[in-house]
Every structure is written in structure tokens, then in C-alpha cells.
Design a protein around this ligand. Structure first.
Ligand SMILES: *[C@@H]1O[C@H](CO)[C@@H](O)[C@H](O)[C@H]1NC(C)=O
Ligand SMILES: *[C@@H]1O[C@H](CO)[C@@H](O)[C@H](O)[C@H]1NC(C)=O
Ligand SMILES: *[C@@H]1O[C@H](CO)[C@@H](O)[C@H](O)[C@H]1NC(C)=O
Ligand SMILES: *[C@@H]1O[C@H](CO)[C@@H](O)[C@H](O)[C@H]1NC(C)=O
Length: 375
């Protein structure tokens, strides 16, 4: 009796469930080396999402024209804009957009180790995620930049009601907007700019690249960026698990207090894409900030010599889960290694993922009036 009385006392002191968020996540998926491009779906259509002057090629065209390949000397994946074809006026340039077949729910972390990110006038790359059920299931932009911008821009896009309240993020970060609703400010989202110039462009490459960590937790969303020289030992020494409590203060933070995760987010498909011009890079208020001339006629057409820096070089993408495998939604298997691409399984979410693109909507809202002029 005494023992149970003691346990009863103890029980009253402890909450029934620990309210402390899990900070340790275990590896559930790795994209690296010769199998990097397995289990992604290539968009295989012109850019009808963000109005870029590009064609997102199929897996087989990407492989044969070396727009998506694993460099055998470095073992790194390269995702790039075609910089060897001459594109005549009125035509689009080839590039790549890939979406992970699997989706990752609350209780996930994705870690992308990159050596180079695309930049240059007219170039608009992103490493991001969204739910196929957008905007209901939300969008997380870990890395995005345009033209010769000098800082990475991070952000969320959601249904109305998600806002940034008391973020715990680096003081060098600059909070651009706090309303994540796709209906506010022309779907600008709740945006944070990284204070570190090594987070984008030429300075990113010069620093040897770095590691982006995205935590999608019940307590909120956090993004860390570490230039090569400051990647924490806990990340480099153990690829099987990530303890986000060891990473220090994130550069971007969206606590669940202002944005309950279960209300605004659903499992996310991870996406790499590079487009040219389009709604963001070519926007009349954006392009002249860092580039001169006309986005399409002065850069996209011609011999492609503008695009020698328009590529991602990725050492690995690893996805971790605190709740394996319950928060991983299996989207089927594709194999692109070997002789061209073979396709097995079903990527059930991909058709839906194409239906909505927050950035497309953002563009059409912002530029609806301008677009009419061109029709
Ligand atoms: C992946 O598989 C899906 C479903 O079979 C297919 O629609 C898609 O084109 C494939 N993507 C590749 C190989 O890029
Ligand atoms: C883009 O094109 C694809 C393929 O034709 C189509 O399924 C999709 O609905 C289009 N998306 C938009 C936003 O127009
Ligand atoms: C490519 O085009 C640019 C601009 O017209 C020109 O300056 C450059 O010499 C060309 N490069 C080659 C290899 O033809
Ligand atoms: C094309 O881009 C690659 C980098 O992806 C670069 O090494 C190469 O020199 C470029 N080619 C031309 C013709 O500019």
C-alpha cells in the first residue's frame, strides 16, 4: 500500500503525457550519392505554376541532357538550368523541378547539405515543401532567392489564422511579415530574411555551401542555416539522428502559439525547383533591385552563358522522424539510377501537388493586372 500511495503521489506530480516536444529524430529517408534521384517525380511540363520562361523536363530528358545527375567524381547531385542550348526568341529554356514522392508530417526534420545554390540574373530557385492540399495543408519555404539577392528568404504560407507570435530566432534575422495567410498581402507569407549573406548566391558557394535544417514539430516550425565552417559537430558526426535541441537558436521560427500545427499543416512533399523570370524574379519591383536589362530577352534567350551558376549541388537530403513510420506518407517508388528512369509504384500525391502552387497564386494575385496587359 505504501508503494502504491507513493506512486499515486508521484502520479499527481506528473502530467499524463510529457508536454516537452521531442527533439531527437531518427533517419527515415536518405537521398545521396548514386540513388539521390530515386523517389522524386519530375514535373515534365512547362512552368505553368509560377509563369517562368522554362520547361521543367522529364526524368529521362533531365538525365540525358545532364540537367539532373550525380557527378561521379564528387558523388553530389546536380540540379541545373540548361546552359548549353541556344534558345530562340519566344521559346523557353529547360530546367528541373522535382517533388519527393513521400510526404512528411508533424514530427519530421529535413536536412539538406548543399555546396552550391542557383543564382544569377533571372534565376529563381527554391528548396521548399507543400501539402498537396494547398493552402489547407500549408507550405514551408526553407530556401528561396531571386537574381543577385544576397540573403536567403524563408517563410510559411497557410490558410488565414496562422501568425508569427514571439519567435525565438537569431537577432540577425529580419522579420519581413508576420501574417502567414495566403489571403494577406498578396500571399506574401510570413517571411524572414537570413542576416547571413553566405545563405545565398556567390557568397554561399564561396563559403563551401552549408546545411539547411527544417524542423516541422508540434511546437512549431524552425529553420537553421549553417555555413560550412559552422555546421555543428552533432550534424556532421551522426547522420542517423538529429537532436534539434543541440542546434542553437534557429534563423527562422514560427511557434505553434500563433499557428497550431495540427490546424494549418498536413504532411509535406519536399521540392527542389529552379525557374527563370516569372512572377517573382521578373516582377517589376524586384528585378531592377539587383539586375539590369530585361529578364527574358537579355538573359533567357541566346546561348545560355548566363546560367553557369544556375545549379544546385547537393551532397545529401536526409529526412528524420520522431515517430517513425507513422508520419511518413509513402508516395511510391521511382528509380532514376541506371539506364534512364524506370517507374514503379504510385506517386499518389503528385497529381494533387501540381494542382496548387502557392507561388503561382501569389504571382497571379500580385500581377493579375500586369498579366492582362500581355494577353
Ligand atoms: C514517378 O512515378 C509516378 C507514378 O508512376 C509517375 O507519374 C512519375 O512520372 C514518376 N516520376 C519520375 C520518374 O520522375
Ligand atoms: C499545369 O499543367 C499540368 C499538366 O498539363 C496540369 O495537370 C496542371 O493542372 C496545370 N497546372 C496549372 C496551375 O495550370
Ligand atoms: C554567348 O552570348 C553572349 C551574349 O550574346 C556572348 O557575349 C558570348 O560570347 C556568347 N558565348 C559563346 C560561347 O558563343
Ligand atoms: C554550364 O554550367 C556549368 C556549371 O553547371 C559550367 O561548369 C559550364 O562551364 C557552363 N557551360 C557554359 C558553356 O557556360
Amino acid at each position: 500500500m505504501r508503494a502504491s500511495a507513493f506512486l499515486a503521489v508521484l502520479a499527481t506530480c506528473l502530467p499524463p503525457f510529457s508536454p516537452v516536444a521531442a527533439t531527437t529524430y531518427n533517419l527515415v529517408k536518405e537521398h545521396a550519392g548514386s540513388t539521390f534521384f530515386d523517389d522524386w517525380t519530375f514535373y515534365d511540363h512547362f512552368d505553368n505554376l509560377t509563369n517562368g520562361d522554362t520547361i521543367f523536363v522529364s526524368a529521362s530528358v533531365a538525365a540525358s541532357s545532364k540537367l539532373a545527375f550525380v557527378d561521379p567524381t564528387t558523388n553530389h547531385a546536380v540540379i541545373k538550368v540548361d546552359n548549353t542550348s541556344t534558345v530562340p526568341f519566344n521559346e523557353k529554356r529547360n530546367t528541373v523541378r522535382i517533388t519527393s514522392n513521400d510526404r512528411y508530417g508533424v514530427g519530421s526534420v529535413w536536412v539538406a547539405d548543399m555546396l552550391h545554390v542557383p543564382y544569377g540574373c533571372s534565376v529563381w530557385p527554391a528548396w521548399w515543401s507543400q501539402s498537396p492540399n494547398w493552402p489547407t495543408g500549408g507550405e514551408i519555404d526553407t530556401f528561396e532567392g531571386v537574381n543577385l539577392m544576397t540573403h536567403n528568404q524563408m517563410g510559411l504560407h497557410t490558410l488565414p489564422g496562422c501568425t508569427v507570435v514571439n519567435p525565438s530566432q537569431a537577432s540577425s534575422s529580419s522579420q519581413q511579415s508576420t501574417d502567414c495567410s495566403h489571403l494577406s498581402n498578396n500571399n506574401q507569407g510570413c517571411i524572414v530574411s537570413d542576416g547571413n549573406t553566405a545563405s545565398y548566391g556567390q557568397a554561399f558557394a564561396a563559403a563551401g555551401g552549408g546545411v539547411f535544417v527544417t524542423e516541422f514539430a508540434a511546437s512549431g516550425i524552425s529553420i537553421w542555416f549553417f555555413p560550412r565552417a559552422s555546421v555543428p559537430n552533432s550534424v556532421t558526426s551522426n547522420t542517423k539522428a538529429v537532436d534539434t535541441s543541440s542546434l542553437g537558436t534557429p534563423v527562422g521560427n514560427w511557434p505553434s502559439t500563433g499557428c497550431p500545427m495540427d490546424k494549418f499543416f498536413e504532411p509535406q512533399n519536399l521540392i527542389f525547383d529552379i525557374t527563370l523570370c516569372g512572377d517573382f524574379a521578373a516582377a517589376p519591383s524586384i528585378f531592377p533591385q539587383t539586375c539590369s536589362g530585361k529578364c527574358y530577352t537579355d538573359y533567357v534567350i541566346g546561348n545560355g552563358s548566363n546560367y553557369a551558376t544556375a545549379y544546385f549541388e547537393v551532397a545529401s537530403v536526409r529526412i528524420y522522424s520522431s515517430d517513425s513510420p507513422n508520419n511518413v506518407v509513402d508516395g511510391g517508388t521511382n528509380t532514376t539510377s541506371g539506364n534512364g528512369a524506370t517507374q514503379t509504384g504510385t506517386a499518389k500525391n503528385d497529381a494533387a501537388a501540381m494542382k496548387y502552387d502557392t507561388r503561382a497564386l501569389r504571382l497571379s494575385l500580385v500581377l493579375g493586372g500586369v498579366a492582362l496587359l500581355f494577353i
